[in-house]
Write a protein that binds this ligand. Sequence first.
Ligand code: TRP
Length: 330
Amino acid sequence: MKRVLTGIKPTGYAHLGNYFGAIKPAIELSKDENYECFYFIADYHALTTLKTKDEMKEYFYNIACTWLACGLDPNRVIFYRQSDIKEVFEINWILCNVTPKGLMNRAHAYKAIVENNEQNNFDRDANVNMGLYNYPILMASDILSFGADLVPVGLDQKQHIEIARDIAMAFNKKYQEVFNIPDCYIQENNNTLVGLDGRKMSKSYNNTIQLFTDEKELKKKINKIVTDSKLPGEPKDVNCTINKLYKLFVDENRAKDFEQKLKDGLSWGEAKNMLFEVANNYIKPMREKFLYFMNNKNLVDEILKQGAIKAQKYAREYLKNVRKAIGVEN
Ligand code: TRP
């Protein structure tokens, strides 16, 4: 049985890109008997981004309730909050001591900030705190503390998994073979989802559609999707954003029907109405569950507490072996 582990940072409201790119495939994987899944909310990784404690609370529950509403079954998946597993942070410190500083200098997120600072003639480390700088080590700790085999992530996170592998190998070489070497798991047909403006759907482009926004807001957002100025009756390009999004919510036959209508000159207004209908029908049952969990946060807390108890058993075992390997425990 393969052990799968992945985390999502609570740095914003879950959007359609998160759902189709990460959450849905992860939940499908958890239904497969061949995998044992650890999914968590990476709240301490969010600290590099969040500005206030209210943001932390807001986004934390948004992401937690999203996972549950989308069908995560806490009996099948070990579902927990990163900050509940203190062992991870002790392992983090130990791993800092086998991580070359140069490896962190090469991390994409840090490098991008440095390059930007240099271009602007700022100090190269302006706006870099140690949380950001050490981010990849904490991520390695998340993964290595549970002996994960596979880590499902988007392409943008690939380097982080490579860093985790390097750190694990450095520890194993210096002391003994304590850590399992994880593999990155990038889903093949995981085409990046397009946002309102046709670019990749991403919080940083401000072009997202929130997964559990209410119906009115969903409709408003869909109406904002950028189209060309083709008139009703004129054939439409099936490579348009509306078609790409429509496909996500329907089976192949309905997708083909819709494409034909676009080719036959469906108006953009009609196309947007049709997209709203299928999206809303798809999301509605999950939205109801989401609201249920949002209104019963104590239930969510309890689920995560139980998940933390289960997760901790694994991390504790790893920590013990690590402490023995470095000579602080017999
Ligand atoms: N850095 C990841 C992201 O931004 C989130 C994350 C934190 C993660 N720890 C992890 C993902 C461990 C996979 C495994 O999306």
